[in-house]
Every structure is written in structure tokens, then in C-alpha cells.
Design a protein around this ligand. Sequence first.
Ligand SMILES: NC(=O)c1ccc[n+]([C@@H]2O[C@H](COP(=O)([O-])OP(=O)(O)OC[C@H]3O[C@@H](n4cnc5c(N)ncnc54)[C@H](OP(=O)(O)O)[C@@H]3O)[C@@H](O)[C@H]2O)c1
Length: 242
Amino acid sequence: MQKRLAGKTAIVTGASSGIGRAVSVALAKEDAAVVLAARSLEKLKETADMVTKAGGKADVVVTELADENSIKKLVETTNRNFGRLDILVNNAGVTHSAKLEDTKTSDWDRCYYVNARAPFILCREALPLLKKAEAAYIINIASVVGVKGYPLQSAYTASKHALRGMTMSLAEELADSNVRVHLLCPGGVDTDLIKKVRPDIKKDELMQPDEIAELVVYLVTHKGNAVIDELHIRRAASKPWF
Ligand SMILES: NC(=O)c1ccc[n+]([C@@H]2O[C@H](COP(=O)([O-])OP(=O)(O)OC[C@H]3O[C@@H](n4cnc5c(N)ncnc54)[C@H](OP(=O)(O)O)[C@@H]3O)[C@@H](O)[C@H]2O)c1
């Protein structure tokens, strides 16, 4: 039986680990071709093996998301190799944990460049291709901190609020087009990133990257009139509505 994403192409940023790797494999299980973007070639190759084993096609494009030209190259390579783009997952992210008074401008800039500026540039560069697809999706991965304040994470929190604002504006701009724009706001997921910022959360209480990936697959395969703009996803052990 034909899988739901057969013939479709996706770009996933931050595909070298954590949520991005899980999303890449989940899309591949539905037969998508996945363009894997991040800085670490070795880890991207590991994801590529997993994607191929899951039944999808993988293309590795080493990308520095703080560099506009590198982002442009990612889209150009996708166009050259696949000639289409149906799904863009802006997932890559970096954190910084410190009191605001101890946060350097360079820490703030790093969070902003990777978490907010890169998704903006990638959306802009990818839209001409996405608009050619029958039905296209932009999935931006923000965070619980994208909808509230969070102590010791002002740089990260500000960057995720910026991503959310850009996502909401773009969704309005594209409301009458073939491109749907979604935002995911997860709480603690069991990846390298959470170990750095919330080592206090017990590992068995964290969500699994696969659980976030399942939701991405739902958003890009659901047919019908029901649309979910934004999903807040929390750990079962945390409080409802965060
Ligand atoms: N884990 C959580 O609890 C949690 C909760 C809410 C939201 N999120 C969000 O989920 C997303 C994925 O995070 P994760 O938890 O899966 O973290 P992760 O395992 O640390 O993955 C982060 C990814 O971003 C890539 N990346 C970082 N800087 C980059 C750069 N300058 N250029 C290109 N790629 C870059 C990394 O690849 P390279 O190092 O190879 O470049 C890596 O693949 C992030 O946006 C994060 O904010 C995570």
C-alpha cells in the first residue's frame, strides 16, 4: 500500500539529534524524502542511515543556520536534487541558561540567530518551492517558553517568542494559499538540550522525541477541514496548561 508521504520532500533542520532525528525517521516511515540539515556531518550520516532503513530517501546537507548563505544553499540543494519541497520543519535550536544580568550579548545573539532568524530566512527562501506543491506545510518547533516567561532563560525565551510571532504572522499571510503553518510548543523532551537546561527533571518523566515526531506526522498527513494552528505538549508529570 502506498504510504502517506510517498513522492513528498521534506527539509528538517537539527536533524543530527533529538527531536529532529525522530521527525526525520517518522517522515521517512511514510516514504518521504528527507533533506537532513545541521552542522555535524557524522551525526547527520547516522540519521541518514536511520531514514534509509525506515524506507525513506535521505540527503545530507551540512548547514550552519547562523549563516544566511548556508541556509540559501540548503534550499538550492533541495531544489536541485528533488525539484520540489512539501514540508519544512524548522526544528534546530540552541539554549542558554543564565540570569539575564550574566547573559552576554553573544549568548543572546546565538539564540536569536539559530532559533528565530534562521527559521525566518528558511521560510522566505523555501516559500517559492512550497507554493508550487499541491499541499505544503511549515512546522516550527518553539517551546513552552515561547508562550510564557522562564527564569534563567531570557535569551532562549525571547528567541522562541520571536519565532512564535513570526509563525503567527506568516500563517495569516498564507491563510488563503496551499501552505499551512503550524507551531509546536513542547515541554521537556528527552534530548541533549534538556540535559543542559533542566537536569533536575527525572529522565523517566520526560517526553520522548518520537512522541513529538508523531504529532508532526499527524499535522502533515491529516486531511479534512480541521486545522490545528498551535500545539502545547506537556509532560504527563507537569501541570495542565503548563
Ligand atoms: N528537548 C526539549 O525539552 C525541548 C523542549 C521544547 C522545545 N525544544 C526545541 O526542540 C528543538 C530541537 O531540540 P532538541 O531537544 O532535539 O535538541 P538537540 O538534541 O540539542 O538538537 C538540536 C539540533 O539543532 C542543531 N543546531 C544547533 N545549532 C545549529 C546551527 N548553528 N546550525 C545548524 N544546526 C544547529 C543541532 O545540530 P548540530 O549540533 O549538528 O549543528 C541539533 O541537531 C529546538 O528548537 C528546541 O528549542 C526542545
